[in-house]
Design a protein around this ligand. Structure first.
Ligand code: ATP
Length: 244
């Protein structure tokens, strides 16, 4: 069944710049879908329109339809979208630097959940990211880039999402950590049955974990299909997979 559906979404910045031009995307329940494309193609803008983080006061306007579990969510504010099970991990590692990993995780749930449930969730996150448990005496600001990225994902998972939007989780990480992050994404999808919409410039790794993918160029979807079909497409190989 379809969990998230974008239907003909357009985003205009500052009344003039059409950054997203009629994009339609579907994420099935429990699916792992990649959104690929070069810098500036419009990937982050699409994720922000899904989570509600576009800023109308800064001139961003979106049109079209976004349904989540069959309900139109475009008019809902971001916290309400989180309550419904839709969470966004923004690009860059945004953690509370002066808090420990556990305090960061707890900060994501202060409004809801009973204590034993919250403790259970923290335990689950430490199992998913053992490295965070090992570093739990440190403030998050002292963690490595990869550890901070894991913490940012862990915080999002504390809200028990049905769908997690991940914006460039591998950006700026050392190669061995890139592998670890992609492995974790695969596990979040497979073991927790959380659907994932993954924005990545690392097309090789993204197509390895995703079931299907969309390719965006200058605000438009120019190709979509199963990950295997996209991987074997000569144009994709040429442009994104290092010539195949
Ligand atoms: P990146 O990987 O660099 O984040 P992206 O594919 O995610 O690229 P977006 O960040 O969505 O691309 O940007 C799409 C286009 O919209 C770019 O041309 C960008 O300059 C423009 N843009 C993004 N945010 C704003 C904004 N707040 N105001 C005006 N233009 C913006």
């Amino acid at each position: 069944m379809t969990l998230l559906a974008l239907n003909n979404i357009e985003v205009v910045y500052d009344s003039v710049f059409l950054a997203v031009k009629g994009v339609s995307i579907e994420v099935p329940e429990g699916g792992l879908v990649a959104l690929l494309g070069a810098n500036g193609a419009g990937k982050s803008t699409i994720l922000k329109s899904i989570s509600g983080l576009l800023k109308p006061e800064r001139g961003a306007v979106s049109h079209g339809q976004i349904t989540f579990e069959g309900t139109d969510i475009l008019a809902l504010d971001p916290p309400e979208r989180v309550r419904r099970g839709l969470v966004h991990v923004l690009e860059g590692r945004r953690v509370f630097e002066h808090l420990t990993p556990e305090e960061n995780l707890l900060a994501a749930t202060s409004m809801h959940g009973d204590r034993s449930e919250v403790a259970g969730l923290v335990e689950q996150m430490f199992q998913l990211f053992p490295r965070l448990a090992e570093r739990n005496k440190s403030k998050a600001g002292y963690l490595s880039g990869g550890e901070q990225q894991m913490l940012a994902i862990g915080r999002a998972l504390m809200t028990k999402p049905k769908l997690i939007l991940l914006d460039e989780p591998s950006l700026g990480l050392a190669p061995f950590l890139v592998d670890e992050i992609f492995d974790t994404i695969r596990r979040i999808n497979a073991e927790q049955n959380t659907a994932v919409l993954l924005v990545e410039q690392n097309a090789v790794a993204a197509l390895d974990v995703a079931q299907s993918a969309y390719l965006i160029e200058q605000g438009r979807i120019v190709m979509s299909g199963t990950a295997d079909v996209l991987k074997s497409n000569p144009d994709i190989q040429q442009a994104y997979l290092g010539g195949g």
